[in-house]
Design a protein around this ligand. Structure first.
Ligand code: WT7
Length: 660
């Protein structure tokens, strides 16, 4: 019996990338990270993390770095006590930096506000006193459903200050999504705004809260920040932020909480079932967010201006707007709006205005900027930028190079950071100034982190091989469980490689011949073509490396001969002419993939579409594309950022233009 070539391998390794960009001598000389960091962590992991924890102020020092005896439930810095908000705010004022700007806030309509650490301390103290006045204290749950306004950050820090857990729900989610999240963790308080600016117009937000609260009896009060001055219905649970908070004392003495005191819950949706309330605690989480933010972004608190474009509704906003950066005394930009309001150069205008030096964004946005055209950023002075970051999905080499050339002036190192809501902080990323970067690769676990690529049996694959990404050592900012569901926590993350005790959360990855790590997308998305296990990421990367293609998504559709056939959905670049969607052009794209990867990866079919279905955090929903590719009725679209996208795609297909 003959074996098909790819059999037995968890994932085939198809694309190769040989470009590398070593750091300049100047960058390396001034970098926060030094090569010795890897050695130090390897020599004694726990001692290494203990040293990183010293970045923080502890009211009581811990007696034990890690207690893993109740695995997979970790305890870090056992016996230690600290206040997370004190570490992010007060200690910087006490060390003489009260006048330093913590937040340059830029509203979508063009209003702005500079908030110093001294002012942040007063605002957070007032908000903490307000929470106490409502009887909110340690371990109560508070839902925060707000746009990117400064009060959202004050509210998160105020919760941390009094030991209440926040549960931030993205302001773009529906009333029903908010209600189920409030209910799951029995929140007693909701903090929201009257409305939010979105694409140039005020849109109401509070009506969704009213609807959610009507079906969530645990809620006793709703604090409402006035942002858009829209008229809102009022209930006896409602209280205005400016009436409740502004009258409070701006003095508040923070209490130290146990290192394992819960800090927040953040809901993340899985492929099935209800959203999971991912639980994070205090000391370990703040240690790793602080450590990673310092080393991965090379933050110099006296000179840098940092900007992370995420929303506080996602973990990136928690870890790399609020906790990591503020613990490091950052000066940062926080922007309220969308990147094309009022024009497609808004981000570059903001970078120029504030002299942003570190910029952290997502591949989906980089590809959007590519689609809009390089002439837009070219109109602005971006010379202040010295480090660029990427997070959220694999960044294809084409987008990486575009980012480096057009935003980073051909010199700023790019850190491709792999992590998850569950990991709490960055796990895999090059260290700028130490590692020669490689377009498209997250490269290696950070010092102190254990990660590897294994096959079905949990055995590490060779260089050049692909498989499953696992984390083989506990880490300080790891999730402590799923709210209210211990079994689901064990099943979801720890059962696939239970014998080895590895954490596995669904990503495929490979090593290249240098041993660098490449993320290959979710293993549920892997395609099996004639026994070859092919990653969606690699085929998408190959498509996007063609000059006519702006974005691509591929799925495996059942195929009578090959098991699965590759079906690609592509968005063409702004400049690509009409004939780019014609039969000749599509043949050229298929040949291009065959040339880049190999004939096995040649898409069976390519469809030109105007948009791709994405979740609100920018991830492509391949499940819906599989429905189209297999000629099924399209499934549940409620978590799409724009639910009309699937209609657009189907309409385009009926015109017959895009079939191969
Ligand atoms: C999933 C986690 C991490 C904060 C934002 C997303 C994918 C994330 C990368 C990267 C390739 C990445 C993974 C991961 N992902 N960063 N640099 N390269 N893939 O958090 O919503 O919890 O999603 O995002 O698939 O498992 P999240």
């Amino acid at each position: 019996m003959t074996q098909s070539p790819g059999q037995g391998k968890a994932l085939d390794n198809l694309l190769t990338e040989s470009r590398t960009f070593p750091p300049s001598d100047e960058f390396a000389a001034q970098a926060n990270a030094k090569p010795e960091l890897y050695e130090e962590a390897k020599a004694d992991r726990e001692a290494f993390w203990a040293k990183q924890a010293e970045r923080l102020h502890w009211d009581t020092k811990w007696d034990q770095v890690l207690d893993w005896s109740d695995a997979p439930f970790a305890k870090w810095f056992v016996g230690g006590k600290l206040n997370v908000a004190y570490n992010c705010v007060d200690r910087h004022v006490e060390s003489g930096h009260g006048d330093q700007v913590a937040i340059h806030w830029e509203g979508e309509p063009g209003d702005s506000r500079a908030i110093t650490y001294a002012e942040l301390q007063r605002e957070v103290s007032k908000a903490a006193n307000a929470l106490t006045s409502l009887g909110i204290g340690a371990e109560d749950r508070v839902a925060i459903y707000m746009p990117m306004v400064p009060e959202a950050i004050f509210a998160m820090l105020a919760c941390a200050r009094v030991g209440a857990m926040h549960s931030v729900v993205f302001g773009g989610f529906s009333a029903e999504a908010l209600r189920t999240r409030i209910e799951d963790s029995s929140c007693r308080l909701v903090i929201t705004t009257d409305g939010q600016y979105r694409r140039g117009n005020p849109a109401p937000l509070k009506p969704a809260v009213d609807e959610a609260v009507a079906g969530a009896p645990s809620v006793e009060k709703v604090i409402v920040v006035k942002r858009t001055d829209t008229e809102v219905a009022w209930t006896d649970k409602d209280v205005w932020w400016h009436e409740l908070v502004d009258s409070q004392s701006d003095q508040h003495t923070p209490e130290a909480f146990d290192s394992e005191h819960p800090l927040f819950i953040l809901y993340t949706s899985g492929t099935t079932g209800k959203p999971k309330g991912i639980l994070h605690t205090s000391g370990g989480y703040l240690t790793q967010t602080s450590y990673t933010h310092h080393h991965v972004f090379d933050l110099k608190p006296d000179t840098d201006v940092y900007w992370c474009t995420a929303d506080i509704g996602w973990v990136t906003g928690h870890s790399y707007i609020v906790y990591g950066p503020l613990s490091n005394r950052v000066t940062q930009v926080v922007y309220e709006g969308t990147p094309n309001t009022p024009h497609e150069g808004r981000h570059w205008e903001i970078i120029q205005k504030y002299g942003v030096s570190i910029y952290y964004t997502a591949p989906t946005l980089i590809r959007t900027f590519m689609k809009w055209g390089a002439d837009i950023p070219a109109k602005y002075d971006l010379s202040s930028l010295r480090v660029l970051g990427s997070v959220g999905e694999p960044i294809n080499p084409e987008a990486w190079i575009w980012y480096r050339e057009n935003i980073g002036g051909g010199k700023a190192p790019i850190v491709d950071t792999w992590w998850q809501t569950e990991t709490g902080a960055i796990m895999i990323s090059p260290l700028p100034g130490v590692v020669a970067t490689k377009p498209g690769s997250a490269q290696r676990p950070l010092p102190g982190i254990g990660a590897k690529v294994v096959n079905d049996e949990g055995v590490e694959v060779e260089h050049g091989g692909g498989g499953y990404l696992v984390l083989d050592e506990p880490w300080p900012s790891m999730l402590r469980g799923i709210w209210g569901d211990e079994e689901r926590y064990k099943d979801t993350y720890w059962s696939r490689f239970a014998d080895q005790g590895y954490y596995f959360a669904g990503d495929g990855a490979k090593y290249d011949s240098d041993g660098d790590l490449w993320l290959l997308g979710r293993v549920d998305d892997v395609m099996n073509v004639s026994g070859h296990r092919i990653s969606t990421t690699e085929v998408e990367s190959a498509l996007v490396s063609h000059p006519t293609v702006a974005e691509a998504a591929v799925v495996g559709a059942s195929d009578a001969t090959t098991g699965q056939g590759i079906v690609a959905f592509v968005i063409l670049r702004g400049g690509a002419g009409d004939d780019a969607g014609g039969a000749e052009a599509i043949k050229a794209l298929r040949d291009h993939v065959a040339k880049e990867i190999g004939p096995i990866a040649k898409p069976r079919q390519i469809m030109v579409v105007p948009e791709l279905p994405k979740t609100r955090s920018g991830k492509i929903m391949r499940r819906l594309l599989r429905d189209v590719a297999e000629n099924r009725a399209v499934g549940d679209v409620t978590t799409l950022a724009d639910s009309s996208v699937m209609d657009l795609i189907s309409a385009g297909l009926q015109s017959g233009k895009s079939e191969d």
